[in-house]
Ligand binder design. Structure first.
Ligand SMILES: [Zn+2]
Length: 183
């Protein structure tokens, strides 16, 4: 941008056109120069003059402007802090529910928890849940397959998607209440 302006400035044709415009502008307004000068002088005189306004009115106007400014400031601070606390819950991305450690992410748009993943509470290895549903009922087995870990297997009598839905609702409740921060 600066280079562009420099080039224009040094270009003989363009710079003479600009000069012509400026001179034309100046001469066009030349009859008004005394008027403009007077206007400026009068404005400065007015601004520096003392007024006969009663003190209570000046005080009232000052108070009014102060209150307006204060309400605007408070609103701005509230907006900033609420935006901060609304995004704060995204730091909550791990907790234990039903004897299993869960980790998750948040959907960028909706803020809903996504990609819920179970982990062993003892050795922290990721668990591959096994579907144990049969004719007799629903079931999901969470068994740590780390051979050096003695964590007990957990079977829940629900489908995996039902468990994940329950975990999501539990974690959302904690996120809303802010309980997760105390951990
Ligand atoms: Zn384990």
């Amino acid at each position: 941008m600066l280079n562009f302006l420099k080039r224009i400035w040094h270009d003989p044709v363009i710079s003479s056109v600009i000069a012509a415009i400026l001179i034309g502008f100046g001469s066009y307004f030349s009859p008004f120069w005394p008027l403009i000068k007077n206007f400026l002088i009068e404005t400065i005189t007015f601004l520096t003059k003392k007024t006969a306004l009663p003190n209570w009115l000046i005080g009232f106007l000052l108070l009014l402007s102060f209150l307006l400014l204060a309400t605007k400031l408070i609103a701005a601070v509230r907006l900033l802090t609420s935006a901060k606390s609304a995004s704060d819950y995204r730091q909550y991305s791990q907790d234990e529910f039903f004897g299993i450690r869960w980790r998750w992410k948040y959907s960028y748009g909706s803020g809903q928890p996504v990609e819920l993943c179970p982990f062993c509470v003892k050795c922290d290895i990721q668990i591959r849940p096994a579907d144990k549903s049969s004719y007799y009922g629903r079931g999901t087995l969470f068994k740590c397959d780390n051979t050096s870990c003695d964590a007990a297997a957990i079977e829940i009598n629900e489908y995996l998607f039902e468990i994940e839905d329950k975990v999501a609702r539990h974690l959302q409740q904690k996120a809303r209440a802010g309980n997760w921060r105390k951990k």
